[in-house]
Design a protein around this ligand. Structure first.
Ligand code: G3P
Length: 218
């Protein structure tokens, strides 16, 4: 399973990369705004800075909402760097744009996916990644993990090559359960990735080892 970090914070991307677990980065307009980055020139420069920090895929989202705008913006983003994956929202225009990019050999991440019907369409038009937002589904008492499981079943039945990128991941059990179900990728904040390492028995065990060492060496 690939691990992506869901942030535009360069320091956090560096930290995740240093852990040795990082396969890519996902960003979105909200995450870029959180870093105070605005304006086309600054956004592009920031995507290039991210590509300098890591070697994997970097999702860069289009702002345009119409087909023509998505196509021209996505082409500029894809030309910035070979690591860029053009992130496109699940709309009718978005589906057309994903198909256009598929035909051009440009990789895409279909975002804001909340249903199996949407995931089916994304695969059908050749999205490289599909991003179901599992945390936001859980927020409205729907079952985010069930959606991942359903997409896995359908994609496997028809040999769709689109990778399932579980997004809006909020805690370590989301990651563990995505791994059990067979999500291809998870994208999560740094703290959620780091929380996978925590276990109280590890802390207790380590303290005991160090206490015993001190006893014999004093
Ligand atoms: O990857 C999508 C993500 O940025 C959304 O996460 O926590 O805002 O639902 P969240």
């Amino acid at each position: 399973m690939k691990f992506f970090i869901d942030t535009a914070d360069l320091d956090q991307i560096r930290q995740a990369n240093e852990l040795g677990v990082l396969d890519g980065v996902t960003t979105n307009p909200s995450l870029m705004a959180k870093q105070g980055i605005s304006g086309e020139k600054n956004l592009h420069a920031h995507y290039l800075s991210i590509c300098e920090v890591i070697q994997g895929d970097v999702s860069a989202e289009v702002i345009a909402t119409n087909y023509e705008g998505m196509c021209s913006e996505g082409e500029i983003l894809a030309n910035l760097h070979s690591q860029i994956v053009v992130k496109i929202p699940m709309t009718i225009d978005g589906i057309r744009a994903i198909h256009h990019f598929y035909e051009q050999g440009i990789r895409t991440n279909c975002t804001l996916v909340f249903s199996l019907s949407q995931a089916l369409l994304a695969a059908k038009v050749g999205a490289t990644y599909v991003s179901p937002f599992i945390g936001r589904l859980d927020d409205i008492s729907s079952d985010g993990l069930q959606l991942i499981q359903d997409i896995r079943m359908v994609y496997d039945s028809y040999d769709f090559e689109t990778e399932i990128l579980a997004a809006s991941v909020r805690h370590s059990m989301h990651i563990v359960n995505c791994a059990k179900i067979g999500a291809d990728v998870i994208t999560a904040p740094l703290e959620v990735i780091k929380s996978l390492a925590h276990h109280p028995l590890t802390d207790i065990g380590l303290k005991k080892f160090l206490d015993d060492y001190q006893k014999t060496s004093s």
